[in-house]
Design a protein around this ligand. Structure first.
Ligand SMILES: Nc1ncnc2c1ncn2[C@@H]1O[C@H](COP(=O)(O)OP(=O)(O)O)[C@@H](O)[C@H]1O
Ligand code: SF4
Ligand SMILES: [Mg+2]
Length: 341
């Protein structure tokens, strides 16, 4: 594993057992069905997909809040699956999760100062006084008034609560922050402020982000690379700009065609592609390509053969028998922009 890879997930599967509707039998529901990805040091990897496609499950498996059913998670070159809780502890400190719902994720009966200091107390990393000083510093860092430490979560707005959640996630100096739809529950006017804060913190503390969203518009602004998830699988992964310019997977293409802000430019308008039907139940996965019942360009082979996830263009992975826009997708990776002198 090269040094620039902070976390490598290989073929992660996570099954929940769920009762089938009619027989009362338990059938495995593969919420994550064989995901492989690398998260590179210092980057933001965005993950997008419709609700229920397995994003939160993947996030929890990556930070080891949920045990994987099978597969591997290597962090800084260390295999994490199969470690005991005690063995995991030093690695878990390096990986923190920011939750979607800042109303639900903060304990309403604890003061916000205690909430932000708890990870340090639980991990016994500092003395009582040092923790209090650090909590004050963290409040300033995320743009909150350090005199409000003794207040309770309900006394803050949604955006402020998400700042509290972010302060808590930073308290142990993590290297990886997994943000699970961090702005989805916030008003649009507040979303940009929280995204800007996260960008500033990334630069300041050298953070690596896995940034999850259901909205391609949000992910575009913050991501270096983007992975598109469908029914527990990554179906396309690549450089963010390239993926938005020339989506290779029909699902990515359809998702992009309905993002208003991406089509609100002078560029030729993308044709709006409507995907019919709902996301299928993961316990009743379609044969062949999971997307075939909803795919506008599916053919016979799609119903029987699962497409391999392969690199069709440099840095562009896709799982599809009939990839789109291949003629327009560049055959070489553009050289990095030279630093301005
Ligand atoms: N604790 C659980 N027990 C059983 N099924 C679950 C559980 N959590 C999630 N699921 C199922 O796993 C699938 C993926 O859910 P989730 O990871 O929450 O998706 P997303 O975050 O993309 O909305 C869904 O079908 C959901 O119903
Ligand atoms: S493999 Fe077939 S069904 Fe699946 S996305 Fe590609 S064209 Fe559509
Ligand atoms: Mg979720």
């Amino acid at each position: 594993m090269s040094d620039d890879v902070l976390l490598r997930a290989t073929d992660i599967v996570k099954s929940y057992s769920s009762r089938t509707k009619n027989l009362g039998q338990r059938t495995p529901n593969r919420a994550v069905n064989g995901v492989s990805l690398d998260i590179r040091r210092g980057e933001t990897l965005g993950i997008v997909g419709e609700s229920g496609c397995g994003k939160s499950t993947l996030a929890r498996c990556i930070v080891q809040l949920l045990p994987v059913t099978s597969g591997s998670v290597q962090f800084n070159g260390v295999e994490l699956t199969g470690l005991s809780r005690r063995q995991l502890r030093p690695h878990r400190r390096q990986m923190q999760l920011v939750f979607q719902d800042p109303y639900a994720s903060l304990n309403p009966r604890r003061t916000v100062g205690d909430i932000v200091g708890d990870p340090m107390r639980i991990n016994r990393v500092a003395s009582h006084d040092d923790i209090n000083d650090r909590v004050r510093d963290l409040f300033v860092t995320v743009g909150l008034d350090p005199n409000s430490l003794r207040r309770y979560p309900h006394e803050f707005s949604g955006g402020q609560r998400q700042r509290i959640g972010i302060a808590r996630s930073l308290s142990l100096n993590p290297s990886l922050v997994v943000a699970d739809e961090p702005v989805s529950a916030l008003d649009v006017s507040v979303q940009a402020q929280v995204l800007n804060l996260m960008a500033d913190l990334q630069e300041r503390f050298n953070l690596t982000y896995l940034f999850i969203a259901h909205d391609l518009g949000v992910v575009r602004h913050v991501s270096d690379r983007v992975g598109v998830m469908y029914l527990g699988e990554i179906v396309e992964l690549g450089d963010a700009e390239a993926l938005y310019d020339t989506p290779l997977h029909p699902y990515t293409e359809a998702l992009l065609s309905v993002v208003p802000e991406l089509n609100d430019t002078d560029a030729p308008r993308r044709e709006r592609i409507l995907i019919s039907g709902d996301v299928p139940d993961p316990s009743d996965r379609p044969s062949g390509c999971s997307f075939h019942p909803r795919c506008p360009v599916a053919t016979e082979i799609c119903t029987t053969q699962k497409p391999e996830f392969v690199e069709l263009r440099p840095g562009r992975m896709v799982a599809c028998h009939h990839p789109r826009n291949l003629d327009a997708a560049p055959l070489t990776v553009p050289p990095p922009t030279p630093p301005v002198a």
